[in-house]
Write a protein that binds this ligand. Sequence first.
Ligand SMILES: Nc1ncnc2c1ncn2[C@@H]1O[C@H](COP(=O)(O)OP(=O)(O)O)[C@@H](O)[C@H]1O
Ligand SMILES: [Mg+2]
Length: 298
Amino acid sequence: MEAIRIERLSKTFANGRKALDEIDLRVEPGEMVALIGASGSGKSTLLRHIAGFTASDAQPSQIAILGRPIQQNGRIVREVRSIRRDIGFVFQQFNLVNRLSVETNVLVGALSRLSWWRRLTGLFPRAERALSMAALNEVGIGEHARERAANLSGGQQQRAALARALVQRARIVLADEPIASLDPESSRRVMDMLRALNVDHQLTVLVSLHQVDIAMQYCPRTVALRRGKVVYDGPSAALGPALLKKLYGDDARELLDETRDSAHANHATHTATVAAPEPDNPPAATGYAFALKPAHSN
Ligand SMILES: Nc1ncnc2c1ncn2[C@@H]1O[C@H](COP(=O)(O)OP(=O)(O)O)[C@@H](O)[C@H]1O
Ligand SMILES: [Mg+2]
């Protein structure tokens, strides 16, 4: 069973803008997948649909989380809250409650698992507190547990958001440009933590990123969006400048600027072999389906 399964997902906003166009996507449990694309390509819209925050167009379509539909044919299912317990959502702008302590913010992750009277009284069981401290220590900000969230740096707040996903016992983390507001050093630490959630806790991670070099460094697989369509789904290592330019055309510059100076120098050779695969003859070495769209592969 897939961690995330998306079939024929389209979204047209009220203003007529088609933000998602027949998306088909499967993510297996334990994968760490990058979602890349220029601004406006549909990354946030896709992640919000997967979490059941937004309903798709009313056409035959489905999104299932660990085998349970979260929305179908443009309708979010009644049990959305229970399904969403498996999902930790990390936002670009941190989304902590500033006036509450870091620890309380992280404990909020446990709320969906606590009884109604504990939720009302704000009494968290000792076990939850211990879990929350362990999570904060794991992401390296245990010493800030009692501080107000507002006092933390952006990188620390983002690590608190990851601790919250751990305390929630989420199985899947959806992170929407989690490092877009961070300096390079904080970005690296947040990405390291995301990888630790993936490797040490076997969480499935789908992370949207603006920087292709970060995607290549941390995520074995990349899904690229352009104007609401999946235009690439395959090994991140094959995402060289030539392929990006081919996929993104004039938009490539925006994605490549941050990549050009990085140490990944040997992409051209990969690109030559991967840029134009036969749909029926994918590279054999990869562990998952490789597709170069719009040539329909399924
Ligand atoms: N609530 C909305 N109403 C109308 N158009 C929207 C809305 N949200 C996003 N869009 C449009 O949908 C497209 C995809 O946006 P988005 O998912 O935010 O892209 P990304 O996250 O890749 O930058 C853009 O053209 C954007 O302007
Ligand atoms: Mg976005």
